[in-house]
Design a protein around this ligand. Structure first.
Ligand SMILES: [Zn+2]
Ligand SMILES: [Zn+2]
Ligand SMILES: [Zn+2]
Length: 405
């Protein structure tokens, strides 16, 4: 994450809505990746979800009717704000969502919503479980569902302990589920690039393994012995889709944390050669073979230096490790696959080879006109408020790729 400055030169942080030094209202402009002052002459205003509910600090071009920002335009179902846990829980999820989408925008990955592409567009549903209608955090066919209950620290911590996870955060949920979304976009949207899919299978395994059986086996027997040498987390051993999602999330944890360290002037020099990864051992199968993996390895080696320091700083403050993971040659190779496929998407104007031209936006009477502040390819998505007794196919259908819990 970048470090930001106010017009008065005070340091601003990504979540700030006001400068604590000069008092000016501020917001994040996703088009320029800067914090902008919202004075009365400003060409910007807060997104409607900021103006009306105080849950968003991203800006849109000033307009009397208001509009949703790039991040909020992907909301499909928002919680009923008049009942618990209401606005505070939603706000915590929105905060994590914006941070996750910041990285996606920085990486220049495709972001298309369900109005522009009703089949392969991205949407978020924020749901509150009831005894009759449990909610499972997960992704299916472009729709990411979040269980609002996890905004509660004690519930999330209980889930973390029950599932024997060293790390469980709302930001991690978004990164993990977005990984499933990009799998769907890049490996299920026809025409599928089978060369890339074959490469995936060589690195992560065959994703055609029955998901429901794998899920049951994982929660019955746990991860296989020695999994730490081959997977970034125990959950990644469950199925190749989960391995992809967990590894993707780690790649974003690492690159975002390194950007933050650099922006705040923290040194993260690569580790000494005796603990570094050898370029000769992290070779990828075609078509992702690259002559020189030095740019990628610099990321890993900087992280190998910084992450133990972060863990020690956390220990010095009486907190548990910030990054309780150790990488092996195999997990670094998987991270390299993620790095390469993201590079490929960036270098190919936001799509992978063989990806089709997105279908034209359908004429939808209910859809409001695109916001002038929208990112390319992003059209607004009308939000609905979840009724108390909402039910969805996602929770009764056979999951294709569904998150733990
Ligand atoms: Zn200021
Ligand atoms: Zn917003
Ligand atoms: Zn998952």
């Amino acid at each position: 994450m970048k470090a930001f400055r106010c017009c008065c030169s005070n340091t601003l942080y990504f979540e700030n809505s006001h400068c604590l030094q000069c008092g000016v209202q501020v917001g994040f402009d996703p088009a320029t990746s800067t914090m902008v002052p919202l004075t009365k002459d400003s060409p910007f205003q807060w997104c409607n979800n900021g103006l009306q509910h105080g849950v968003c600090n991203w800006v849109v071009p000033r307009n009397p009717a208001g509009s949703l920002c790039v991040a909020c335009q992907f909301n499909h179902i928002i919680p009923n704000l008049s009942v618990e846990p209401g606005v505070p829980a939603w706000a915590r999820f929105e905060r994590a969502k914006r941070r996750a989408l910041y990285s996606i925008l920085q990486l220049d990955l495709p972001l298309v919503n369900r109005v522009a592409d009703p089949v392969y567009g991205l949407a978020f549903d924020f749901l509150v479980p009831t005894p009759a209608l449990p909610v499972t955090t997960g992704h299916q066919n472009g729709v990411i569902t979040m269980n609002l209950e996890e905004a509660n620290d004690s519930i999330r911590e209980r889930n973390r302990e029950q599932l024997r996870e060293p790390y469980r955060t709302l930001l991690g949920h978004f990164r993990h589920e977005l990984a499933h979304y990009y799998w769907y976009l890049w490996f299920e949207k026809p025409p599928v690039n089978f060369d890339l899919l074959n490469g995936f299978q060589k690195v992560f395994g065959d994703q055609r393994v029955d998901y429901a059986s794998a899920l049951q086996r994982y929660y019955t027997s746990g991860p296989p012995p020695g999994w730490q040498l081959t997977h970034v987390s125990s959950y990644a051993t469950m199925h190749p889709w989960e391995d992809w999602a967990e590894t993707w999330a780690h790649y974003l944890h690492i690159t975002d944390a390194l950007e933050t360290a650099r922006e705040f002037g923290m040194s993260a020099e690569p580790v000494a050669s005796e603990t570094s990864f050898d370029p000769a051992t992290i070779l990828l199968p075609p078509p992702l073979t690259e002559e020189d993996p030095s740019d990628f390895l610099e990321i890993i080696h900087r992280w190998s230096a910084l992450s133990p320091a972060l863990n020690e700083i956390a220990s010095s403050l009486g907190q548990r490790n910030l990054y309780p993971f150790v990488h092996s040659t195999t997990t670094v190779t998987k991270l390299y696959f993620i790095h390469q496929i993201i590079q490929l998407a960036e270098n190919r104007a936001q799509s992978l080879p063989a990806a089709p031209v997105p279908p034209a936006a359908p004429a939808t009477a209910a859809a409001p006109p695109p916001s002038p502040g929208s990112a390319p390819g992003v059209a607004p998505l009308p939000s609905e408020v979840a009724p108390d007794n909402l039910t969805k196919d996602l929770h009764t259908a056979q999951p294709q790729a569904i998150r733990k819990g």
